[in-house]
Design a protein around this ligand. Structure first.
Ligand code: NAP
Length: 258
């Protein structure tokens, strides 16, 4: 039972891993022994993340904009051309859009669906040769898609495309899990509750909204870096080799409360 959570010798890609929850995940994977490639839209952020995460292990920052299929294809092509082993893909980059229902614009859909659903699909599709190359039935390659509780219950936020996109990525994860099981690739989604990142800054900046949010979480606190990192390490290491097709809430009990 030793080494259950050891990622020594593995390489992981974490999209959006230079900032926010992606950086929490990247740090956890590095501390478990993996080499980690993180992406950001901004080359300067990718470079800064490489420096900052380098303190915890072998980190590389790459610039990639996943708001177009071409952007996702270019990132995958760069990694496939290099040909270095890749064992873990964590589709964490995400985008939201909020507006009242009556005036929710068309432009609130395209980018959100692209970054949250189509880019993860495109990356998995194009990275399959790398993932298959080192996957074995005893030690599968891993795909982890970061979804949201907002895709599994009604969260009362005016983020219509976001909620739909997250429900879509949860289901797409199950579809791919069944399809890729024969290739020794597991596919799971993680459904975070509320974590202190840019995405929740509008809630955290208002006392009343913050208090309502805490009332809504049975464990009465926001998620911490180790909460999301722990779930990713579990699914990525020997501990998670027999787990595929699940939607794992990391939400302090929000989904349990119904
Ligand atoms: N925070 C929460 O409470 C919460 C709850 C449930 C689910 N989530 C999910 O967790 C994931 C991370 O979100 P977060 O909380 O860390 O939010 P965030 O601070 O807003 O970060 C969003 C991340 O996505 C990346 N990103 C956004 N648009 C992109 C694009 N066009 N191309 C490439 N990357 C792009 C950003 O990268 P750069 O800015 O560096 O380019 C950033 O790393 C998302 O999938 C989100 O939906 C978050």
């Amino acid at each position: 039972m030793t080494g259950l959570f050891d990622l020594t010798g593995k390489t992981a890609l974490v999209t959006g891993g230079a900032n926010g929850m992606g950086a929490m995940i990247a740090r956890g994977l590095l501390q478990a022994g993996a080499a980690v490639i993180v992406t950001s839209r901004k080359a300067a952020d990718a470079e800064a993340a490489q420096q900052a995460l380098g303190e915890f292990g072998k980190a590389e920052g790459l610039a990639a904009d996943l708001a177009s299929s071409e952007g996702a294809e270019a990132l995958a092509a760069k990694l496939v051309d290099r040909g270095d082993p890749l064992h873990i893909v964590i589709n964490n980059a995400g985008k939201t859009f909020g507006a009242p229902l009556d005036s929710f614009p068309a432009k609130g859909w395209d980018g959100v669906m692209m970054v949250n659903v189509q880019a993860p699909f495109t990356l998995v599709r194009d990275l399959l040769p790398l993932l298959r190359a080192h996957a074995t039935p005893d030690d599968p390659a891993r795909v982890i898609n970061i979804g949201s509780v907002a895709g599994a219950r009604v969260e009362n936020l005016p983020a219509y495309s976001y909620a739909a996109s997250k429900a879509a990525i949860h289901h797409l994860s199950r579809v791919l899990a069944v399809e890729l099981a024969g290739d020794a690739i597991t596919v799971n989604s993680i459904l975070p509750g509320y974590f202190p990142t840019k995405m929740t800054s509008h809630i955290r900046s208002e006392e009343q909204a913050m208090s309502a949010m805490l009332d809504h979480i049975p464990l009465r606190r926001m998620g911490r870096p180790e909460d999301i990192a722990g779930a990713c390490v579990f699914l990525s290491a020997a501990s998670g080799a027999y787990v595929t097709g699940i939607s794992l809430p990391v939400d302090g009990g929000i989904l349990a409360a119904g």
